[in-house]
Design a protein around this ligand. Structure first.
Ligand code: ZN
Length: 402
């Protein structure tokens, strides 16, 4: 299994200068080659292989105005092209969007394979960089001095923090012992997640506070002149606030997904069409902040790592409106209704727990061996969309400006 350990790095000024120059070259090469191969594809549908892009890089390095590309290690530049080839492979396979140009302001990174770094007694040396890079190791269970990374990625976030990520090949993890427990998870906006056992994962409050700070810094930045020094300072504060929100959210998602995977053998979630829902303006900020996409990704890899089964069910399944006790289907259930009583069997329901129980039952009806976890059989009516989707308000949801 491949895994990676990420920790903070604190480069000395002259090291930071080398790394910044490398980042600039990586970005330049990425963008130049991306433009070139996009143009080739547009002209006559030619797809560019890694080897071809590498030859193009050699041509770039010979150009007079790009001679500075020779001043940095060539390995990160080639790695960037390998990543770009992988990004295009994903794009052509329909797994990802079209690779984008890298902007000056975002996260910057450079990757090295074994030929361009050396680890000795837990110290990291990079090609063309003076001295060892100072790391603060934050993995108490892992001995840095015995680590044998296959590649190293140095990155700098928009808020100026430096990181090193060490990719290593490790033994496959031992699956966790079976617990005999199964769970359905309903994702929502009021609570981040509610389980069929009645457990609630509330959206953390400190996250909301950090989000308000972020919004305030963004407003402040918007008032400064473009291109000015004050704008730059304000942008740094926005980036720092962004980083805080992102790290807090990641932390919350990691804890939640780890807890679910430790506790349950089978986890059932709904396939929320996150991008489709984010298109709705009113809910967009809420949903983007929730991180449902990241939640699913983390569950997927943690379930695979620990031998758990993750079932993703059809997103049009009317989980909220169906009575989990008798199967009665309500014709409507308003978003504000948190509790309801089934008119058929008289069971009193908590809206979210009932939905989670339905999700669990639906997930368990999927055969365990099937690679396709989507529900087969008769399609359910599309009008029975998940209730957390706001009632359609076509004027506002799409196209027209408010
Ligand atoms: Zn009922």
């Amino acid at each position: 299994m491949r895994t990676a350990y990420k920790c903070r790095a604190y480069p000395a000024p002259e090291q930071a200068a080398v790394l910044n120059r490398t980042f600039g070259c990586v970005r330049m090469v990425w963008n130049q080659v991306l433009a070139w191969r996009t143009e080739r594809y547009r002209a006559d549908k030619t797809r560019t292989s890694y080897a071809e892009s590498d030859r193009y890089l050699t041509r770039l390095k010979k150009a007079e105005d790009l001679a500075f590309l020779n001043e940095v290690s060539s390995v990160p530049l080639q790695q960037a092209l390998r990543h770009q080839s992988a990004a295009f492979a994903n794009f052509f396979a329909g797994r990802a969007g079209h690779p984008r140009f890298k902007s000056r302001d975002g996260r910057r990174s450079a990757s090295c394979t074994r030929s361009a770094f050396r680890m000795r007694d837990g110290e990291l040396f990079l090609a063309k960089m003076p001295g060892a890079l100072r790391l603060v190791w934050s993995w108490p269970g892992v001995d840095l001095t015995t680590l044998d990374p296959t590649s190293v990625t140095v990155s700098r976030d928009a808020d100026g923090r430096w990181y090193v990520s060490l990719a290593v090949d490790t033994d496959d993890p031992v699956p966790l012992a079976r617990t005999g427990e199964r769970v359905g998870v309903d994702l929502g906006i009021k609570d981040f997640a509610v389980t069929s056992d009645g457990e609630r994962f509330a959206n953390p409050r400190h996250l909301q506070r950090k989000q308000r700070n972020l919004a305030r810094y963004q407003r402040r930045m918007a008032r400064k002149c473009k291109g000015g020094a004050n704008r730059k300072k304000a942008a740094r504060k926005v980036a720092a606030a962004h980083g805080k929100v992102r790290r807090a959210r990641e932390d919350f998602l990691h804890k939640t997904t780890t807890r679910l995977c430790r506790r349950y053998d089978v986890i059932v979630i709904e396939d929320l069409n996150v991008t489709g829902m984010v298109r709705n303006r009113r809910l967009a900020t809420h949903i983007s902040d929730c991180g449902w996409g990241a939640f699913r990704t983390m569950l997927e890899y943690k379930a695979a790592r620990w031998g758990r089964r993750l079932v993703v069910i059809d997103r049009w399944f009317p989980s909220s409106k169906t009575c989990s006790h008798c199967g009665h289907l309500l014709s409507r259930l308003d978003l504000g209704t948190r509790h309801w009583t089934c008119p058929d069997c008289g069971t009193r329901h908590d809206r979210d727990v009932n939905a989670a129980q339905n999700i669990l039952a639906e997930g368990l009806s999927v055969p365990a061996c099937g690679a396709d976890v989507r529900r087969t059989g008769k399609p359910r009516p599309r009008s029975a969309a998940k209730q957390e989707t706001p009632r359609s308000d076509p004027g506002r949801t799409r196209g027209r400006r408010p």
